[in-house]
Design a protein around this ligand. Structure first.
Ligand SMILES: *[C@@H]1O[C@H](CO)[C@@H](O)[C@H](O)[C@H]1NC(C)=O
Ligand SMILES: *[C@@H]1O[C@H](CO)[C@@H](O)[C@H](O)[C@H]1NC(C)=O
Ligand SMILES: *[C@@H]1O[C@H](CO)[C@@H](O)[C@H](O)[C@H]1NC(C)=O
Ligand SMILES: *[C@@H]1O[C@H](CO)[C@@H](O)[C@H](O)[C@H]1NC(C)=O
Length: 464
């Protein structure tokens, strides 16, 4: 009798154990669940950890718009979609009559494009991932797409596989590779036909969008798919959930790939992997979902434009402040540059990227693989942002306090509290004030002896 009970118990435990591993299991174990093509299932997928740990990426907008390189990467739309006067004048004044957008294609030469140099620069910038436009709304593919006849970088212009070449160079340097892909194409005849049919037909999706997305995944095995151009139609038109279910269940990158949230009208900020919400989105407080701020060094354009002026270039302080704030609020920061049609990254963009890399070389400990702390911005000051790693707390100061004494309201000190500035040896003096909180005496040094020129990081150990 007793052995029967033990036997039955063992049997039940085995059955329950087997059931558990079929439906996925606790932390640390690979889950074997399959995703179904609906948002409830897809949204429940845990985000692969590498993405949150990476924190900083470089975004690259490069395409045929880099040839006129005037206005922005929306050149074709402003010219032929909206007939903006300035664009029509620009064409009349600079190109022969009858010159079409397609005629810019052969001038997209990428003559000086050296993927090894680009990858060295991005590595030196401290980027852990890079996102390249494989195809923007103009439809030109930066890889030899079999369904983009005569409108791809192998047949026209560079005569090279730009997507493949950059990927190889990045992987050599242990950086993750993200592929930007626009679902829509402004002037594709099949897209226009579907639009005329109120998006009740899917000629464009079945013959262009989906074949290209599957091709990109199978060919380049991206770590990230950065979707865009979704806004005119529902996700059911784009067939997004079917694609994502395949991507998460059966694709060659199913365990590692990360996607954003632009998969159909009203998806952004609600469905998908991490959230981009709008371009340049920065939340006011800590969101409960992983997010990324994408922004551009040239504040007025994502693609290179020859009429760029210094006033539109984000300063080093602005860029680093945004990076710090984004990470403190649980986000990633994706910073864009637009190379020229020759494949040159102009020195002002190089300088800004290297400034981030220089700052991260000292302060990266407070950024990479950090987690938001229980407080994001200090109660006392909007210019102190916190991050944490295990028991350690990092307070990043964007402004130097006038009297050289920083007062922090949020951390609670203990008998083991110590304060250091990253990049300097030794501990800083601190005291506890009942009203002002933790008072930290910042070091008195010659400006040249400071590890960085702004956004100094204090590492607080033994605080709660
Ligand atoms: C590659 O990068 C990841 C994350 O940035 C890091 O954990 C890993 O140690 C790196 N591997 C090598 C070989 O550098
Ligand atoms: C949508 O995806 C499903 C599943 O992969 C496929 O059977 C169907 O043909 C796709 N529809 C279009 C329009 O691509
Ligand atoms: C998206 O939201 C707008 C505004 O609420 C609504 O008019 C539209 O029908 C929605 N589209 C879809 C596909 O749900
Ligand atoms: C911090 O807050 C306390 C209490 O309100 C105040 O006395 C102190 O001056 C504040 N410090 C700073 C740097 O704002």
């Amino acid at each position: 009798m007793r052995w029967q009970v033990v036997g039955l118990t063992l049997f039940l435990l085995l059955v329950l154990g087997a059931a558990k591993s079929r439906h996925g299991s606790r932390r640390g174990h690979r889950t074997y669940r399959r995703y179904t093509p609906d948002w409830t299932s897809l949204d429940a997928r845990p985000l692969p950890a590498w993405y949150d740990e990476a924190k900083f990426g470089v975004f690259v907008h490069w395409g045929v718009y880099s040839v006129p390189a005037w206005g922005s990467e929306w050149f074709w739309w402003h010219w032929k979609g909206e007939h903006q006067v300035l664009y029509e004048l620009f064409m009349r004044n600079n190109y022969p009559p009858g010159f079409s957008y397609a005629d810019f294609g052969p001038q997209f030469t990428a003559t000086f494009f050296d993927p090894e140099h680009w990858a060295d620069l991005f590595r030196a910038a401290g980027a852990r991932y890079v996102v390249l436009t494989t195809k923007h709304h103009e439809g030109f593919t930066n890889w030899p797409s079999p369904v983009s006849w005569n409108w791809n970088s192998q047949d026209v212009g560079p005569h090279r596989d730009l997507v493949g070449e950059l990927g190889t160079a990045l992987r050599k340097r242990n950086m993750s590779y993200g592929l930007y892909h626009s679902l829509l194409e402004w002037f594709h005849p099949l897209y226009l036909l579907d639009k005329k049919n109120g998006f009740k037909t899917q000629y464009f999706v079945s013959s262009k969008t989906m074949p290209e997305l599957y091709d990109l995944v199978n060919r380049y095995k991206p770590d990230l798919i950065w979707s865009d151009g979704e806004w005119e139609c529902p996700d059911t038109y784009w067939n997004s959930t079917n694609f994502l279910a395949w991507l998460y269940n059966d694709s060659p990158v199913k365990d590692r790939v990360v996607v954003n949230d632009r998969w159909g009208q009203n998806c952004s900020c609600h469905h998908g992997g991490f959230y981009n919400c709008q371009d340049k989105y920065m939340p006011g407080s800590l969101p409960n979902h992983k997010w990324e701020m994408c922004t551009s060094i040239d504040k007025s354009s994502w693609g290179y434009r020859r009429n760029m002026v210094m006033a539109s270039i984000a300063s080093e302080e602005e860029i680093i402040s945004e990076l710090v704030q984004a990470v403190s609020l649980g986000g990633n920061y994706l910073l864009n540059i637009g190379p020229t049609k020759d494949g040159v990254i102009v020195p002002i963009f190089q300088e800004r990227l290297l400034a981030v890399g220089n700052w991260l070389s000292i302060n990266g400990e407070a950024i990479y693989a950090s987690k938001p702390w229980r407080v994001q911005a200090d109660k006392n000051s909007t210019s102190v942002w916190y991050t944490s790693k295990g028991p350690d707390v990092y307070a990043i100061l964007l402004q130097w306090p006038e009297n050289g004494v920083l007062s922090l309201a949020s951390p609670t000190t203990t008998s083991t509290t110590e304060v250091k500035m990253l990049g300097l040896k030794g501990n800083l003096k601190w005291s506890k004030d009942p009203v002002q909180g933790l008072l930290i005496s910042l070091p008195l040094l010659a400006p040249s002896d400071f590890p960085v020129k702004y956004a100094w990081t204090l590492k607080l150990t033994g605080v709660e």
